[in-house]
Write a protein that binds this ligand. Structure first.
Ligand code: SF4
Length: 482
């Protein structure tokens, strides 16, 4: 029975749920960037790469409707150029794109110069492809005049698939040796009980089947470093965000007011300085909001953040983890960070498997709702909660995001997105506290029910509220007033 289960289950690594990328959107920036890189691999595998004479890229549905604001065109250009979203120096993005625009030439995968004008060769179509709202087709004109096309779908969180689901098949094979295959919250709890382990311990066993413990620690440290860096940069950068909405960065002033006269010169000293400030309820609220705003201001300016589980919601998990480090436990070390990231990643994957983490499929409940649920459950484990209480915390956090729509003004990941991360983080902390005082055996709504409800709500939601900027704030607010 167990081997049968293993065969049919989609297993997702924590490192798929939490990955380092570039803002502003995991589905509209990171996904298309990765898709372009995969297409280049495909051309090489098919012996076509060195025969390419010209390229066009078609962006469909939500990728088209909010693609400009989400920098989808820029991501495609950088992917076609062969740059890695994890390591590419973000300060060079503008320069690279300007060069391609002015020369009307792109160096495909850094190897071959081809003529390419982003304005003419990237085409935005309002129409939706059937398979998924975030579709894109790469077309290569080969030297003999034949056209080779390949379509990809960005399904949220930076995940990219092809219609034939080859990726899924490969993944199933790769992950078939997870010792604890998990599809639902109930299964996770059953393993915790059977093995007498916490959620993070079960997840660690699964990850150990893919990489060594030293490698796991190394990658988790890198993830935390990017999270911390994005908070630090966001809290120390003034000015307006790009895109034309004239949104003022707020984390800078919040940090300045809260930190008072403390002196520090790097992120570690900053943490120590925050720990030494006086914090009452109002300051705690402000600090948590400040951390979340900081990350999403960095994200909105095409900065480097951790997709957690998406870029639009990248601020919630760092803000809640930072809350633990600077408010709840001044002695916390990497062991605590590791537990938090492992637990949050697993909870996110349960939502991905049972519902969606794509705003184009489920609105903002799929982004901020999921990130809040991930953070709530992970915080609960650090605060001494049982596995049952952790899932209760996640359930509470999601329950109060159900139905949340996605309606970014001008298609930019700024309003309501940036503030929404602060709200998601605060809700996560509150959900954790309620679960710690709660009795999961008496809970009326188990996590799996809220996952199913979220998915049903997603299906019922009109496309106006699914990352199209065709409803809600996106149409009520006049951009010229911004
Ligand atoms: S409204 Fe929510 S889901 Fe939509 S782009 Fe903003 S953060 Fe993402």
């Amino acid at each position: 029975m167990l081997s049968l289960l293993k065969k049919r289950m989609e297993s997702i690594s924590v490192f798929d749920m939490l990955s380092i990328g570039v803002g502003p959107s995991s589905s509209h920036t990171l996904g298309p960037w990765r898709a372009a890189l995969r297409w280049i691999d495909e051309l090489k595998e098919n012996d076509q790469f060195y025969k390419v004479a010209g390229i066009t890229v078609d962006l469909y549905g939500s990728l088209s409707l909010t693609g400009k604001g989400h920098a989808t065109d820029i991501a495609v250009i950088l992917g076609l150029s062969g740059f890695d979203p994890v390591t590419f120096p973000i300060e060079n993005i503008g320069k690279e794109v300007d060069l391609i625009n002015s020369n009307r030439q792109l160096t495909l995968n850094g190897e071959r110069e081809i003529s390419f004008s982003p304005k003419e060769n990237i085409v935005f179509h309002r129409k939706f492809l059937d398979f998924h709202p975030n579709g894109m087709t790469f077309n290569a004109r080969l030297e003999d005049g034949t056209i080779k096309s390949s379509s990809f779908y960005s399904i949220g969180g930076g995940f990219v698939v092809k219609e034939e689901r080859q990726t899924k098949k490969l993944k199933l094979e790769k992950f078939s040796h997870f010792p604890f295959p998990i599809q639902k919250g109930d299964e996770l709890l059953a393993y915790c009980k059977q093995e007498n382990k916490s959620i993070s311990e079960i997840v660690l066993e699964n990850e150990k089947s893919l990489r060594s413990e030293a490698q796991i620690d190394h990658e988790l440290k890198e993830i935390w470093n990017v999270m911390l860096e994005s908070m630090y940069i966001g809290c120390h950068t003034e000015g307006k965000l790009p895109g034309g909405l004239n949104v003022i960065r707020r984390a800078f002033n919040m940090n300045k007011d809260l930190i008072c006269n403390s002196r520090y010169s790097n992120a570690e000293e900053w943490i120590a300085a925050i720990r030494s400030t006086e914090v009452k309820f109002r300051q705690i609220l402000k600090w948590v909001s400040c951390f979340a705003l900081a990350v999403n201001e960095v994200n909105a300016s095409l900065g480097r953040v951790v997709t957690a589980p998406t870029n639009g919601s990248a601020g919630v998990i760092p803000a809640v983890l930072m809350y633990y480090l600077v408010i709840e436990n001044h002695e916390a070390d990497f062991g605590h960070i590791r537990k938090f990231l492992l637990t949050s990643g697993e909870i996110g994957s349960i939502f991905k498997k049972g519902a969606t983490i794509s705003a184009a499929m489920g609105g903002c409940q799929a982004e901020i709702g999921v990130s809040s649920a991930m953070a709530a459950g992970a915080l609960c484990e650090l605060m001494g909660g049982t596995p049952e209480q952790c899932l209760m915390a996640s359930e509470i956090a999601m329950e109060h995001h159900l139905g949340l729509t996605c309606d970014p003004i001008a298609g930019l990941v700024q309003i309501p997105c940036i503030e929404r991360n602060a709200m998601g983080a605060i809700k996560a902390i509150n959900a954790c506290e309620m679960a710690l005082n709660g009795d999961p055996s008496k809970a009326k709504v188990p996590l799996d029910k809220v996952v199913a409800t979220m998915w049903e709500t997603a299906k019922d939601m009109t496309s106006k509220y699914k990352e199209t900027s065709e409803g809600g704030l996106a149409v009520q607010v006049n951009i010229s007033d911004c």
